[in-house]
Design a protein around this ligand. Structure first.
Ligand code: ADP
Ligand code: MG
Length: 692
């Protein structure tokens, strides 16, 4: 690494670009030529043969070899030719993806390769967005969506092939699918099951699926030089920005991929990069900075794959800098990456089965992840990976592999779903890696407290309705409780807004004060959920005005997405026969409905700050919360996020007596007695309402 001020080599770079351009012109491949150039292509017929011979096949291949985009097409082409006769006409080929962004992007690529309109022959299905039709034969979907399809079609009768893709990710939903699909494959001998994975531990999959054969697609990989920092980086975001600039000015032309942990970080990094580029002006060659993360709208995602457009200045191809979450590790293949910058972190869900607390934590990634990340640099030519940590840290501080999600998450959702599928004995369910016993028990207890299961552990009527909604049990319960409190209109909006959470308010670095003032102007009594409701209501009143969003530092895209989600939920409400009712301006029914779903997430202000009621765990109000100054005595939070400490994000103020009303079997009056007022800190007196 040299210092960022050593900006040399701009002139040479332009020449190099010209050369590159003419080479690319020569090499410009048609989309069909690209297809034929992929590593999987020479194995097309061998692969189809193996699929014909075995019901279950494990497919292993490097990222970018064409597993996701090509194999479903090969099967579909075979169907048209009716050669092998194992795919039945009119049946679908389903391919699961752990991430929604990947499902959408891959489907759109395949539609393009097949010259069909997305949503016709090739479609995708992700939560709250179904882009398929009667004609769809290749269906890409999130693993969670396929799981939900079991509710309406327990034997997946409309599918001839199921591909569980990105199996190595071991998401909770993929792991549950393994068990369910292995089971139905036994009585559906005509169903073909493909489990496809990056080159990671594929023997595990084989042995789980009764020693199914592994088909290995030999990869093409160029060498990647790995560099470590000499000392740990205090600020990895800053280190990323500096590294990008250094690579850009000192290294030969090539696109750069940066791995960060989430949307906020990615946006911050992109802004910092834009800002430095502006300051350096024509001293450096142009860069095209592109973010990619789960909530990124699809039009923005598409930019990642577009060939770099000619630059505004003389330089023909600006360097692409892609700032991504670990979605770019294996799910999406971006061609042309030569440099990878890896700070070595990822955001992970972590669950404490003892306290029942789940939070998102930025943690060091595993060695396996780090190696996948480095691999992204060697797809088209020899590359370089800059690890922003020490070689020592790699060796001694990073785990070999990532712990499967099933072992570090709340299982409420999955347990409710399995119960609705009639699977009662969860202890003996065929899990590849079983979840910890305490986690299962806790999930059962929580569902019982929510009223979804009876004391025998059987699904109740409420539980059955809860399972109909494609959301977590607590959110589901909140929505269903709104019926009783006559506030379903408001609760639907809140549920929709929570689902686009954290992407509503826009905070550009150069207008922080304005943005924050705009945000404060939305404050209404009751808490953050009420603020979300207020934002949405005002937006609807302005006739969904873009100008209004702009003036108020609101991300219009997120609101449009919330509107879509709301519409979908509204449809589901009609299906489960819940009337839409409004409580007008009274916030109490709304907050009671939220309490009915989230009573587990209650914290009380004590002399030593906020503590969760049951576990006495210290938690803090997120600085962005509208209640940050108020410090009400009793609050309910939507989620916990651990950054420097456990922050409660999206909170409302409640009356502790509501807890007895909504969860009498969980809370006892004694637990909810307030400490006498003289023991309370002064600021508690500021709270607006007198509480229980
Ligand atoms: P694998 O699943 O084995 O990792 P993919 O099938 O996703 O591989 O990708 C194979 C190739 O298809 C990539 O190298 C890239 O050239 C191309 N490709 C995949 N997705 C897209 C996309 N959304 N846009 C453009 N090209 C893509
Ligand atoms: Mg893939």
């Amino acid at each position: 690494f040299v210092s960022a001020t050593q900006m040399k080599g701009t002139v040479e770079k332009e020449d190099e670009n010209d050369k590159l351009l003419s080479e690319l012109e020569k090499k410009k491949l048609s989309i069909q030529e690209v297809r034929r150039s992929l590593p999987v292509f020479p194995y097309r017929s061998d692969l189809l043969q193996a699929i014909a011979e075995h019901q279950i096949l494990i497919i292993e291949g490097e990222t970018g070899s064409g597993k996701t985009t090509q194999i479903p097409q090969y099967l579909h082409e075979e169907l048209l030719l009716s050669v092998q006769g194992y795919t039945v006409k009119g049946m679908k080929i389903g391919c699961t993806q752990p991430r929604r962004v990947a499902a959408m992007s891959v489907a759109s690529r395949v539609a393009q390769e097949m010259s069909v309109k997305l949503g016709n022959e090739v479609g995708y299905s992700i939560r709250f967005e179904d882009c398929t039709s009667e004609r769809t034969v290749l269906k890409y979907m999130t693993d969670g969506m396929l799981l939900r399809e079991f509710l309406t079609e327990p034997d997946l009768a409309s599918y001839s092939v199921i591909i569980i893709d990105e199996a190595h990710e071991r998401t909770l939903h993929t792991d549950v699918l393994f068990g369910l699909i292995k089971d139905i494959a036994r009585f559906r001998p005509d169903l073909k099951v493909l489990v496809s994975s990056a080159t990671l531990n594929t023997e595990r999959f084989s042995s789980f699926f009764d020693d199914a054969p592994i088909f290995r697609i030999p990869g093409r990989r160029y060498p990647v030089d790995i560099y470590y920092t000499k000392a740990p980086e205090a600020d990895y975001l800053e280190a990323c920005v500096v590294s990008v600039l250094q690579i850009h000015v000192t290294q030969p032309t090539g696109d750069i991929l940066v791995f960060l942990t989430g949307q906020e970080e990615i946006e911050a990094c992109c802004e910092m990069l834009q800002e430095r580029c502006r300051r350096l002006g024509s001293k450096i060659a142009e860069m095209l900075i592109l973010p990619i993360y789960a909530n990124l709208p699809s039009d923005m995602q598409a930019k990642i794959f577009e060939p770099t457009p000619p630059g505004a200045r003389k330089v023909v191809f600006p360097t692409k800098v892609i700032v991504a979450t670990n979605i770019a590790e294996t799910s999406l293949t971006i061609d042309g990456i030569i440099y990878v910058i890896d700070p070595g972190f990822c955001k992970q869900k972590s669950y404490n089965a003892r306290t029942g607390m789940e939070s998102l934590i930025v943690t060091p990634c595993s060695k396996a992840s780090a190696n996948q990340r480095a691999g992204r640099a060697g797809r088209v030519a020899a590359g370089k990976c800059f690890r922003l940590y020490t070689a020592w840290a790699y060796k001694n501080e990073m785990e070999d592999t990532t712990v499967p999600e099933i072992q570090r998450t709340n299982l409420g959702n999955v347990v409710l779903l399995l119960k609705s599928l009639g699977i009662n004995d969860l202890i003996h369910f065929d899990f590849m890696d079983p979840p910890p016993h305490e986690t299962l028990v806790l999930a059962l207890e929580q569902l019982y407290a929510l009223g979804a299961l009876n004391h025998l552990g059987e699904l109740t009527k409420l539980g059955r309705r809860m399972a109909e909604l494609p959301v977590d049990p607590m959110l589901s319960k909140m929505i269903l409780a709104s019926e009783k409190y006559g506030c379903s209109e408001q609760i639907l909006t809140i549920a929709a807004m929570l689902s686009v959470n954290n992407a509503i308010f826009y905070r550009p670095k150069d207008k922080l004060v304005h943005a924050d003032t705009a945000r404060v102007n939305f404050t209404v009594p009751g808490g953050d959920h009420m603020v979300l409701l207020n934002v949405y209501t005002q937006w609807v009143e302005t006739g969904h005005s873009l100008q209004w969003c702009y003036e108020n530092f609101i991300q219009a895209r997120s609101l449009r997405r919330a509107r879509d989600v709301r519409e979908q939920l509204e449809g589901l409400m009609t299906r489960i026969e819940i009337e839409l009712k409004s409580c007008e301006d009274d916030t109490v029914p709304i907050r009671k409905a939220i309490t009915a779903g989230y009573f587990y997430h209650t914290s009380r202000l004590t002399r030593s700050g906020y503590k969760t009621v049951k576990q006495q765990q210290s938690v803090f109000i997120h600085p962005n919360s509208s209640l940050h100054e108020d410090q009400p005595r009793w609050v309910i939070y939507h989620e916990l996020v651990f950054t420097t400490k456990e922050f409660m994000r999206q909170i409302i103020e409640i009356d502790s007596s509501w807890l007895l009303e909504v969860a009498p079997h969980y809370y006892k009056a004694r637990e909810l007695e307030d400490a006498s007022s003289k023991k309370m800190p002064k600021q508690a007196g500021k709270s607006k309402e007198e509480l229980g």
